[in-house]
Design a protein around this ligand. Structure first.
Ligand code: SF4
Length: 385
């Protein structure tokens, strides 16, 4: 579907129902349909903040074990602020978008070092922390403190553009502002209803429940493809459903085509240890460990030959491991890795790094792709220490 260039959305609420009608239906539905997620059982703003940061770019089911481990390791903002960065990164290993972990760490130090030492409880004060934008500030202020702050993420954008049949690309400024205003209408309309009891017994504030109900609707009912309108609590209040145009919205312009890339990595083994290096500060994945390697042009005819030439060793000294495919932002990366032993440490690899045994290898924080290389190593490589 081609996106229209110009948003022609109304500047006031213009739907089959009022914000009050919608808020009432959403809250009633949420009181029975809400998924029982671990961060929904806490009122602790710190835990809610951590969940919101983890949920950016990451699926709920992936986040659950990470959130549980994180809360056990760093149960409050003081514990996080006091933790060494290496440990913070290790707990985040595999979640990707690692600046999120670093920002959590920095923000925790900022909160602990602030005059009051208290967790910020307004949108404005939350926005001052690193890694917190308008969405996260609204989510924490509403979910943890029941403030009537709007939220707007991909799920909410989809729900709102369909409910109100809002045309135009939601990434453009004018429609963004309209969507924020409509999200504000809804959360304001939810106030003063006396709270919402969750299926597991806990009572949530109205604004907290309203915002979570919007996210929940987008995640479980108003799906990007084949929305489950027959099961939707606001079906009778939805303009797109009335018109039969649900899948037309949101009219997001297509993203640029992904860029293909080939990376290579080498596991150099020596006397029961392997060589690893730490990514430099200030760059991508700073602070994480990895095996030495290089970027190659795509397409590349023979990756093993390139890597052998780079290292200055015969090709047959490199045993290929199965390729790993992964994605980072717009890049679709094929990572070819090789295992070798008895070649010493080729000069081209440089001396910034260290030899580690299996136990250290497990303890260090690796990027997800390089952690997968560890799992691919032949069983005989690096016996457990
Ligand atoms: S009726 Fe369908 S399109 Fe409208 S909000 Fe519900 S699931 Fe989404």
């Amino acid at each position: 579907m081609r996106a229209s260039r110009t948003a022609i959305a109304p500047t006031r609420w213009d739907g089959p129902g009022t914000p009050g009608d919608l808020a009432q239906s959403l809250l009633r539905w949420f009181s029975t349909a809400a998924r029982d997620l671990p961060w929904r059982r806490t009122r602790n703003p710190y835990g809610i903040w951590v969940s919101e940061i983890m949920l950016q770019q990451t699926q709920v089911q992936t986040v659950i074990p990470y959130w549980n481990r994180w809360m056990e390791a760093f149960p409050d903002v003081h514990a996080l602020a006091a933790a060494p960065e290496e440990r913070v990164l290790k707990l985040w290993e595999g979640l990707g978008y690692y600046s999120r972990a670093r920002n959590l760490h920095r923000a925790a130090a900022r909160i602990v070092g602030s005059e009051t030492g208290r967790f910020p409880d307004t949108v404005d004060s939350l926005l001052e922390l690193p890694g917190i934008g308008r969405y996260t500030a609204g989510a924490v202020a509403s979910i943890a403190f029941n403030r009537p702050a709007p939220i707007l993420d991909g799920n909410v954008i989809r729900v709102l553009t369909r409910l109100l049949a809002l045309k135009g690309d939601p990434r453009t400024r004018p429609l963004q502002e309209i969507l924020w205003a409509r999200a504000q209408d809804l959360v304001t309309a939810s106030e003063g209803r006396g709270g919402v009891r969750m299926p597991w017994g806990e009572c949530l504030g109205d604004c907290s429940a309203l915002n979570q109900s919007l996210m929940e609707l987008g995640a479980t009912v108003c799906l990007p493809k084949n929305p489950r309108c027959e099961a939707c609590p606001v079906r009778s209040l939805c303009r797109a459903a009335e018109e039969g145009t649900q899948e037309r919205y949101p009219e997001t312009a297509p993203r640029p085509a992904p860029i293909q890339k080939v990376d290579a990595a080498v596991v150099i083994e020596q006397k029961g240890t392997v060589w690893v290096r730490q990514r430099p500060a200030g760059g991508v994945n700073a602070g994480f460990w990895e095996f030495p390697g290089l970027e190659l042009p795509d397409p590349v005819d023979n990756v093993r030959r390139h890597v052998a030439r780079w290292l200055g060793v015969p090709e047959d000294r490199l045993a290929p491991l199965p390729p790993i495919r992964h994605a980072i932002t717009r890049y679709r990366i094929r990572l070819e890795s090789f295992h070798t032993t008895g070649i010493g440490l080729p000069a081209v690899v440089g001396s910034t790094g260290r030899w580690v045994d299996r136990r250290e290898l497990e303890a260090l924080a690796f990027t997800a792709a390089h952690r997968r290389i560890v799992r691919l190593l032949p069983k005989a490589t690096l016996p457990a220490a």
